[in-house]
Ligand binder design. Structure first.
Ligand code: PEP
Ligand code: MG
Length: 851
């Protein structure tokens, strides 16, 4: 029997050897043809099952019922487009007929940005199936037979050569893939091409145990190996050792590794190759990331391996599948509620987001659709979640990428419940430091906190979920570490320095003793600081700095008072009402504010108006497609789009009346007119309510525009509070949720310090005070600089109140000014940090111990 494969695209057909990519031209990825497309959609060349759509959306693999594996790779070097310009129309596991649309693409964009639009259509398992009758000329999509594949009735050559199972497997050390785009089609082809030269069975194995035949490009792509992932090469057979060595060499040559460790270790272990650039290990035993949560921990490595879930594609009866799904969702909802009951503010926010995702209408409808088509509940849920993730990721916002990670997390929880697979939680000792590529919040929350001493991750940065959770738990954390951290051995003793974003391996006894002394000193200090926490923070020369706290609700208001906060410098009101299908009513707003003012007594409260948008998107928020949500309808811009939401909130704030001391603060302001407009709305609402005395209205300085025009804003704003998280994001043009650039997102960057300096100067023209409520205010190294720049209020995370107060008491304003002056004249954030360390060793006791 001959299978016909029709051209997926219209355009001139090009022989493989003319494709401008040696991997394809030399048939390393398979045999077939290329088309130089004149249209913009890829049709399925045959009836088949979609094995995998590449996560960057530029390639798809299919398998026919006869076992022919087809790889369609759109354009050359298109993996680097990161999905831009591709719209996927199918999902993994889906059955497709010949002529169905698989992927649509923006031909102009790809032609401009990629090396070539030439699209290859290959039989990937061409050791077994051979394309024949290759077409020449101009193909018409869906109509021109591109090639044939002959299928034997009784396949002869498909049986793998016998392998002597008595031979021990040969295994490489863990390999950290550092090539930017992971193992995509071309690296996979290079690996497969090499592996096929050996008789042995060769597999690429993930730490979870999931393995793929290294001789199959399709199987390798199915492993979805990304940059930072850890893999091993395992071979079994007479030439296993040679095979593993050869794949090592592929890693070196095909993926640009230049530094080479000694070749083969004495027994059967093969050296660790690194795909791409070597891991940065500036000093031996020191891995540098970024500080995600301060503190110092000594503990044993516990690695997190995420379980792999297998689901059957087809279900039993649709009703039964629906019932299974509802039961699983209900169980996860209950789990989240149980966790929520014990959670702190930050964890609650994340759990809240998870609850919202569970009920997301798009996810639910999409799952229902698949179940209705005979799919199993697990398959349907997985496909729907992937498609939701895909849509969110296609918005290209790093902030939203965090949300996609939440969907992935929730999707897994439901799948675990559906399949009865338990997440393989790591074995924790009493002092474990969790090492993971990424840490889903649900797993972190489910671990025994008493046994966790710290968190070390490859992904994430200071504003990632891990960072937020770690800070709320008071646990040291370092994110953005080189992927080689994943190769540390289980139980290995390490030091995690959350202050400096450093992980130290193989600490010496002297080093451990030093650390232990520092920690004891810190604990004694913490106890000491707590004793004076209720007293004001006044510098040595008599300058009072108000130390307030950031909160998300009434429970935290009580906690803040207990910890000695002078007031609340930031109430994030949007967190009160994220978990809702309907916006909060005026009465609901008011009830919350009264609960908080009651907890505060006569301490001042700054109520920030709803700061929705970006990554905070409740279902009542206008669902508008934005290419760059962090540059879109966020913060005070909502007052225009959803005047009703702002109106209800402003009325409630006005109705607090004399039952509290409060100010109002507008987020993400970039124009003086925004403040004037809201002042007018506020005044007219006050008239409506018969309120005579209006509270002070200030702005957050989060945009470069607000900083630059502080002298102009001073005429219309009663005070300023620097939102350093967003200000850093916008000054440095680095998405605050970016998965890999987190390391560069440093608020101590001289450009950010200059923006603060300009703000303070502008504010002074009108005698306005400036505070800081972003994470920077809670960072001891930043405090002398902020004080020196003229900031008079710091609103910090609740646990940091006593320490920041004590630190302020140790400062001298004149010295801080000199320090700030020097800092704004430096080039880099690293130089600023060194400067502070040298000048204020007390604020950096950990760094003092130096490695
Ligand atoms: C900030 O941007 O620094 C800030 C305090 O606001 P949020 O973190 O809520 O965006
Ligand atoms: Mg902000």
């Amino acid at each position: 029997m001959d299978l016909i494969f029709y051209s997926p695209l219209s355009g001139p057909v090009v022989p493989l050897e003319d494709v401008p990519d040696p991997v394809f031209a030399q048939r390393m990825a398979g045999d077939g043809l290329a088309v130089d497309p004149i249209d913009h959609r890829v049709l399925s060349p045959c009836s088949a099952k979609v094995i995998q759509v590449h996560r960057k959306r530029h390639a798809v693999t299919l398998a026919t019922d006869e076992g022919v594996e087809i790889l369609i790779h759109i354009g050359i070097e298109t993996v680097s487009l990161d999905g831009e310009g591709f719209q996927v129309r199918v999902s993994d596991g889906q059955r497709v007929s010949q002529g169905d649309i698989l992927i649509e693409f923006d031909a102009d964009l790809i032609a401009r940005k990629a090396k070539s639009l030439m699209t290859v259509i290959l039989v990937a398992n061409n050791q077994r199936f051979h394309p024949t009758n290759l077409f020449q000329g101009l193909a018409e999509a869906g109509r021109t037979p591109l090639f044939l594949v002959h299928i034997e009735d009784h396949p002869a050559g498909t049986v793998a050569p016998p392998v002597d199972h008595a031979l021990p497997p040969v295994e490489s050390e863990p390999i950290i893939v550092e090539a930017e785009h992971g193992i995509h089609a071309r690296p996979a082809a290079a690996l497969a091409d090499t592996a096929r030269r050996y008789q042995s069975i060769v597999e690429i194995v993930r730490p979870s145990g999931k393995a793929a035949d290294a001789k199959s490009v399709v199987a390798l792509l199915g492993l979805e190996i990304e940059c930072g992932d850890s893999i091993r090469i395992v071979a079994r057979g007479a030439d296993a050792k040679e095979a593993v060595q050869a794949l090592n060499s592929v890693a070196r040559t095909a993926f640009g590794r230049t530094d080479e460790k000694p070749s083969v270790s004495p027994v059967e272990k093969i050296v660790t190759p690194i795909f791409g650039a070597p891991a940065v290990e500036e000093e031996p035993g020191v891995l540098r990331g970024v500080s995600a949560s301060p503190g110092l921990a000594v503990g044993q490595v516990a690695k997190l391996v995420r379980p792999v879930v297998q689901v059957d594609e087809y279900g039993q009866d649709s009703e039964l599948e629906r019932q299974h799904l509802h039961e699983a969702v209900a169980l996860v909802r209950r789990d989240i509620e149980v966790e929520g009951a014990q959670a702190g503010e930050s964890q609650s926010e994340i759990l809240l987001a998870h609850r919202i995702i569970l009920d997301d209408p798009l996810l639910v409808t999409e799952t229902e659709k698949w179940i209705g088509q005979g799919k199993s509940a697990g398959w349907a849920w997985q496909a729907a979640a992937r498609s939701c993730e895909e849509q969110i990721r296609s918005l290209k916002s790093g902030l939203l990428a965090g949300r996609a990670a939440d969907i992935e997390d929730v999707a897994l929880r439901v799948l675990w419940r559906l399949t009865g697979v338990e997440p393989q939680l790591p074995d924790l000792t009493d002092q474990s430091i969790l090492v993971a590529e990424d840490l889903p919040p649900s797993i972190l929350i489910s671990l025994d906190r008493n046994k966790l001493a710290g968190l070390a991750t490859v992904r994430g940065g200071p504003t990632s979920h891990v960072a937020i959770l770690a800070r709320s738990m008071g646990m040291p954390a370092v994110a953005g570490l080189p992927a080689s951290v994943l190769a540390l051995s289980e139980q290995e003793e390490i030091v995690l320095n959350g202050d400096d974003g450093v992980l130290e391996t193989k600490p010496t006894r002297a080093r451990l003793e030093k650390i232990s002394a520092v920690r004891n000193e810190r604990e004694a200090l913490r106890v000491e600081n707590q004793k004076t926490a209720q007293e004001p923070a006044v510098t040595r020369d008599g300058t009072r700095i108000e130390i307030a706290a950031n909160i998300g609700g009434a429970a935290e208001a009580h906690e803040a008072v207990k910890m000695g906060a002078d007031g609340i410098g930031l109430l994030r009101t949007e967190f009160l009402f994220l978990d809702r299908a309907e916006p909060p009513t005026e009465e609901e707003h008011l009830a919350e504010y009264l609960a908080i003012t009651a907890a505060l007594g006569d301490r001042p409260l700054i109520i920030r108006t709803l700061d929705l948008g970006g990554d905070k998107l409740p279902s009542y928020f206008p669902q508008i497609h934005e290419d760059n949500p962090s540059l879109g309808i966020r913060g005070v811009r909502l007052a225009q789009e959803r005047a009703d939401l702002y109106r209800d909130q402003l009325r409630a704030i006005l109705r607090i009346g004399s039952r509290g001391r409060y100010r109002i603060m507008l987020p993400l302001v970039s124009g003086v007119e925004e403040v004037l407009e809201l002042r007018a709305v506020f005044a007219s609402l006050a008239q409506e309510l018969g309120v005579l005395a209006l509270p002070e209205m200030g702005i957050m300085v989060e945009t470069p525009a607000a900083a630059m025009l502080a002298d102009r804003f001073g005429a219309v704003s009663d005070f300023f509070s620097i939102g350093s998280n967003d200000l850093t994001q916008y000054i440095l043009a680095i998405d605050r949720g970016h998965p890999t650039l987190g390391r560069k997102l440093d608020s101590l960057h001289p450009a950010v310090l200059r923006a603060i300096s300009v703000t303070v100067e502008g504010a002074s023209y009108h005698g306005r005070w400036v505070g800081v409520c972003g994470a920077m205010a809670s960072e001891p190294a930043a405090v002398p600089l902020l004080v020196g720049l003229g900031v008079s209020e710091l609103s910090v995370s609740i646990p940091m109140v006593p320490e920041i107060k004590a630190l302020v008491r140790s400062l001298d304003l004149a010295n801080c000014r000199k320090l700030a002056e020097k800092a704004v004249g430096l080039d880099t954030a690293a130089q600023v940090r060194t400067l502070v360390k040298e000048a204020f060793p007390v604020a950096n006791a950990i760094a003092e111990t130096g490695h």
